[in-house]
Design a protein. Structure first.
Lengths: 272, 252
């Protein structure tokens, strides 16, 4: 697993206060990422970008690999690669107005193949599937701060984002800078994906963005309910998944994603 | 002399309350000329219809008027006008998790004003508004209901000018008539100026006091019963003239 913080982390077992308790840290980081991923995921579904959400995480792999090769913090490698990817998607979005799914799909599959090829062997498995058990207090701090920024920014742009989904022209006539908020939104998605790689890895991060939001959509009529439930389901998936993984000594990433899958199945019963 | 003429012209225009003047308007996308040499003006209280075949630049004209796309020539709106726009392309399907109330609240208006706008478009039962309209998903409304809701939304902030792009696309014939009657009623009550794109010449005859026939350039301009003659219709739609075959634009 990429070491996401530069400094070495030491847990003092004789003084196990809550802040440095590994399980507490995992839950804190997991829940915050789950909340952010679920919330942003609801807008990805709204913008019909579910597929983009899934494949975007794959592009992080070559970024992480290059960072590992040059011994840079992998978070920055992942984020740099994701940033380039969202610029590409944003450009396609404003230039063509078409869902360029095929092109995006091909590009991301290729970057995954390239990433697997150049990722150093010992780190490959952790990079692909994540490992939240290795996080430290600094990771937690960064995660909480960034997720707070995500929510703060979203509260400012969600109105324009939704209106531009209903009608781009209508949003423009109301003075909304559609391409600017689209870019901001994709930027936030890049942040949450880069953060989430710690939990689920490259392969499953797309699921953490989309599955809780898809579940929320099953049981909500309006936007407020939908987006809040998506965040809640994301947080619950992380909470349940990490606790279960800890109890049964499983790898947390897949359990978190499976937990969101269970929530999705439950919501099907109450589908609106 | 010239100044005097100018002054007289301005006085005349001021008396007529011209709210929009278009001079030599042109739009091009890359090498493709979409609109060319348009000249017309709109006076307060006018209902101006824009007709023309598919791809004749009707929606492009609206987008230029709204300043959404680059253009050449001159578009002069009277200062301080509030313009409301109902585009043709709406992306509202059954799946969209957005309630009618939330859609209205995007305009940040009080509930009483939302209810009064809905009443103005003919949805009068408060119980119905409360339980069956506002709490409903936008995409679950019927075509006619959705159109009324969109019109209510567009008049929410009391605009001076309404721009409607095919206000009845996707509504059956009976429903169309109702929507146009509603628009006329609203116009009479609130004194809007209306610019509308329509494919239906009957509607144009019935409701518009001015019409622009558009096919990249202006083919005709004036009162419908005068300018919509077989010759200009032939020029507008091509082929054997006089009879306009109804076609919807499939650009959703």
């Amino acid at each position: 697993m990429p070491n996401f913080t530069a400094e070495k982390r030491v847990f003092i077992n004789t003084n196990m206060n809550t802040i440095t308790n590994p399980l507490f840290l995992q839950l804190l980081v997991g829940i915050f990422i789950g909340l952010g991923a679920g919330y942003l995921g609801s807008f990805m579904i709204l913008k019909r970008m579910s597929l983009v959400g899934d494949v975007i995480s794959h592009v992080a792999l070559p970024g992480i690999a290059i960072a590992l090769i040059f011994r840079i913090n992998p978070f920055f490698g992942a984020f740099a690669a994701l940033f380039l990817a969202i610029i590409g998607i944003w450009f396609l979005e404003i230039k063509t107005e078409l869902p360029s799914e095929t092109l995006v799909g091909i590009f991301f599959a290729l970057s995954l193949a390239f990433g697997i090829l150049i990722t150093p062997e010992p780190e490959l498995l952790e990079t692909l599937f994540g490992d939240i058990t290795k996080i430290g207090p600094a990771d937690a701090l960064i995660t909480v701060a960034l997720v707070a920024i995500i929510f703060f920014t979203m509260f400012r742009i969600y109105r324009g984002l939704t209106l531009s989904v209903v009608s781009k022209e209508l949003a423009q006539t109301m003075g909304i800078n559609v391409s600017k908020i689209s870019f901001l939104f994709l930027f936030l998605v890049a942040i949450i994906v880069a953060l989430g790689l710690k939990i689920t890895g490259v392969f499953l991060m797309g699921a953490l963005v989309i599955v809780p939001a898809a579940a929320a959509k099953n049981v909500s009529i309006g936007l407020t309910g939908f987006t809040r439930l998506a965040a809640l389901f994301g947080g619950l998936s992380a909470l349940g998944g990490i606790l279960l993984a800890n109890y049964f000594n499983f790898h947390p990433g897949p359990i978190v994603v499976l937990a969101s899958g269970v929530i999705f199945l439950l919501t099907l019963i109450f589908k609106k | 002399m010239c100044e005097l003429l100018n002054l007289l012209y301005n006085l005349y225009m001021a008396n007529q309350e011209t709210i929009l003047t278009i001079e030599n308007l042109g739009v091009r996308f890359d090498d493709n000329e979409v609109l060319r040499g348009l000249n017309f003006f709109v006076q307060k209280g006018d209902v101006l219809a824009i007709v023309g075949p598919n791809g004749s630049g009707k929606s492009v004209l609206f987008r230029a008027l709204l300043g959404l796309i680059p253009y050449s020539g001159n578009i002069q709106w009277a200062p301080g006008l509030k313009v409301s726009y109902v585009p043709q392309k709406f992306n509202i399907d059954k799946d969209l998790p957005l309630s009618v109330e939330e859609f209205f609240k995007f305009k940040q208006k009080k509930r009483e004003e939302i209810v009064s706008a809905l009443k103005a478009v003919g949805i009068t039962d408060e119980h119905h508004i409360e339980h069956h309209i506002l709490k409903q998903r936008l995409g679950w409304l019927s075509g006619g209901q959705l159109q009324r809701v969109l019109i209510a939304w567009s008049i929410l902030d009391n605009p001076d000018v309404l721009l409607f792009d095919e206000p009845t696309a996707g509504i059956d014939v009976g429903g169309e008539e109702t929507i146009y009657n509603l628009l006329k009623k609203l116009k009479d009550e609130r004194g809007f100026t209306v610019l509308l794109i329509s494919h239906d010449l009957n509607i144009v005859y019935k409701y518009a006091n001015n019409v622009i026939c558009l096919n990249k350039e202006m083919v005709c301009y004036g009162e419908p019963h005068i300018v919509l003659d077989p010759a200009s219709l032939a020029k507008l739609y091509g082929g054997e003239a006089g009879f306009y075959k109804h076609e919807h634009e499939h650009n959703h």
